[in-house]
Structures are given as C-alpha cells and as structure tokens.
Design a protein around this ligand. Structure first.
Ligand code: FES
Length: 399
C-alpha cells in the first residue's frame, strides 16, 4: 500500500527524520506569512488595497477615467496584478448608505506592475454610486478597493484563439484592458471588437483603439452606430449577420459586456449562430431589477416586507420592498453588507436564510447544491416574498 493510502506510515518516522527532529533548535518556527509562497499569494490576493487618485480624465460630463496609485501611507506598497477583464469593487458611504460597486479595470495588467490602475465610470441616471463618484471624487482622494476579481478573462484552454468582443457603452472598459494586454504580449489571442454606440461622438477611447490597431495586427475594431449613418462605420445594431461578417473561418469565442438591454437583444442573435456554450461569455454587473417580469414570479406578493439581518454580532431590522434585492435594502439602510460582483456569481455576499420565503431569478442563481441544501442565499440577487431573517456568516464580513 502506498504512503498516500496508509496513514499509519506517518506514525513510524524514518530514522533520518527522527534525527532531524531531535537536532532541531527549540526556537519558534517562522510565521506562516513569512514564507515566500504566502507572501506572493498575499500580494496577488490582498483583502483590501488602499489607493489614492493620481489623475482624472474627463471624457464627457458623464464619463470619467480615474487613475489610482498605491497609498503607501496606508500600507499599500504595490498594486495586485490582474488578468484583463477583471474588476475592482469600491466601497462608498453616500449619506447614510454604505454601498459597494464593481467596476472593470480599463488599464492593462502591465500597468498594475508600474503602480497604476484605471477605472472608467459612466453616469447611470439612477446610479447612486456612479453619480456620487463622478460628482465628488477628486485628485488626492483616498479610496479603498478590493483585490482584482472576476472571470471575464481570456483562458486559452477554454476559449477559441479569436475573441469577438461585443461592447456597448461603458462595457468597452474590459476590452480596452484586453486589447492593451494583447498588444503588450501578455495575452495570446486575436480580438475583433464590435463596439456599439449611438453616435460617433459617444464612442469612448476611439483614439486609444485606433493606436492599438496600428500597433498590433491581432486587434480589429468595428464601430457600430445605432443613431447615425456615417462613412467608415457600421450602422444599426450588433446582429448575427454583422458578427458573421467579421468572424474568422472556424471557431471563435464571443465575449459580451454592456447594458442589460444589449444582452436582451444580442443573446437572441447569438443563439442563431449555434456556438458551443463555452464559447459565449457574459460580463454581468449590476442589480437585477423588476423580478415580477419573470413568468415564474409568484402571484399576489405584497409590496414590502420586514428584513432582520444578523451581522457582526448585531441584529438589525429594516424594510425591504418586493422589487429590490436584499443587498440593496441593507446598503441603503446603512448596513455594511459584504458584496463584490452583485450578480450572483462570486458568492461573496453568501448569507443564511434563517426564516422566510425568497425569490431568486433563475438567470442569476449562482448558488451551489450545498448552498441550496443548507439554506444559503446570495442577497445581491435575491428578493423577499415574505418577512425574512438572514444571518451573514463571519467569514464574509471582513470588509
Ligand atoms: S456579490 Fe457576488 S454573489 Fe453576491
């Protein structure tokens, strides 16, 4: 029987090993965090990163890029490396609300090694966070961000060698990062980007993409204008025919990032292409809204419920309306609730449903079987359909 299958072998130490133990010094062993692999792991996956805004570029009154440098005063010496397509979660106090939001990095992975991250943020007229950031952040402000997270990244073992990127509005940001990573030689893929904007004036990063196309023949960008016809641009929406027009012979992956209305349209178009499921990837940020539009939403649900949350040893009871997520209600009531992706994917908001009934839209239910068996929910995409009590476990309450 091999060593792995015979645990009793560990009780019979070889002579050699026993001698080494007997000869060892009686001083304490190193702290686990002192070992090189653990230091590297901590640098790549810090619990939080303290950064300071070093520069702001205004693309329009409603879109700005914020450049961040490590805040050495608060102990962040360098920035964690990331894969193109990942996001940072920022934390904000807006009035009494304590909110978090994920934003894709628009800078390249290489720039992170030079101490630079960039987030490009567009105003959402109903967006508490984006409005606050655009109207209040200034150079020199200190910001707390998460480690880079997310799986909207190029993976050569899974993805085809050509990625057709479908972007709408500020959904262009992860593709800018990917294009830079390809041009830098950090990703080995071809990128054909179909970028939908209303007019040519609404296109973000036109000059940057023009320069990247010039620099690297693995990148091609096609601008698709829905609100005007112009020479040198495609006109209309991103359809299956348009994708076929620019797709290579053979296999390709499709990556999509944009507003919900774009997913609703483009998903139907992509379904006609007959691609294998692994070749279609979505980035999905943001609160799921209006659950009652789903056919499986229960009938006769009241408008509002009581929500009791046990978190960090405290118990708080607030109101939660039927059409807002539990996470949204917690944040607006000033409860510092854990969250990252806000889309049911990362599991970071993972909480136990102690009592009550909830509705989770199928399209955003990322829970595992064990979560379902033991009564866990993701408050970021869960709606109340009765009064609720939930418990946020200690391991998810660190920021
Ligand atoms: S915040 Fe990611 S699953 Fe809820």
């Amino acid at each position: 029987m091999g060593l792995l299958l015979n645990p009793l072998k560990f009780t019979k130490l070889s002579k050699n090993r026993q001698e080494k133990i007997d000869a060892a010094e009686a001083k304490p062993v190193k702290q686990l965090g002192d070992y090189l692999p653990n230091r590297i792991a901590k640098a790549l996956h810090p619990e939080v990163q303290h950064v300071v805004i070093s520069e702001i570029v205004e693309h329009s009154p409603d879109v700005k890029s914020f450049f961040f440098a490590p805040d050495k005063e608060l102990g962040t010496e360098s920035l964690a490396y990331f894969s193109a397509g990942q996001y940072l979660t920022i934390r904000l106090n807006v009035g009494k609300a304590k909110i978090s939001r994920p934003y894709s990095l628009s800078s390249s992975p290489k720039e992170s090694t030079e101490g630079k991250y960039t987030l490009t943020i567009k105003r959402d007229k109903d967006g508490l966070a984006s409005n606050y950031v655009l109207d209040n952040w200034k150079v020199g402000d200190k910001v707390t961000v998460s480690a880079p997270e997310g799986v909207f990244t190029y993976e050569p073992l899974r993805d085809a060698s050509t990625v057709i990127g479908l972007a709408g509005g500020s959904g262009i940001t992860p593709f800018l990062s990917l294009a830079k990573a390809i041009a830098d030689g950090d990703e080995d893929a071809n990128l054909v980007l179909l970028y939908g904007s209303r007019t040519a004036d609404d296109i973000l990063f036109k000059a940057e993409f023009d320069a990247l196309e010039q620099k690297c023949d693995k990148i091609k960008v096609v601008h698709v204008l829905s609100g005007e016809e112009k020479e040198g641009f495609e006109h209309g929406f991103i359809t299956a025919d348009l994708i076929k027009k620019y797709a290579p012979e053979g296999e390709y992956s499709i990556f999509i990032c944009g507003p919900q209305v774009m997913y609703d349209f483009v998903d139907k178009e992509i379904a006609t292409l007959g691609l294998r499921r692994k070749f279609v990837r979505h980035e999905v940020f943001g609160e799921y809204r209006n659950p009652a539009r789903n056919e499986d939403y229960p009938k006769d649900v009241a408008d509002e419920f009581s929500l009791t949350v046990k978190i960090r040893g405290e118990e708080t009871t607030i109101k939660c309306s039927a059409n807002e997520t539990i996470l949204n209600a917690l944040e607006h009531a000033g409860v510092n609730a854990p969250a990252r992706c806000r889309s049911g994917i990362c599991g970071y908001c993972h909480s136990r449903l102690v009592s009550g009934e909830v509705y989770v839209p199928k399209s955003v239910d990322g829970r595992r079987m064990a979560d379902l068996d033991y009564g866990y929910i993701h408050p970021c995409c869960t709606f109340p359909i009765s009064d609720l009590v939930i418990d946020v476990p200690p391991e998810t309450t660190r920021i």
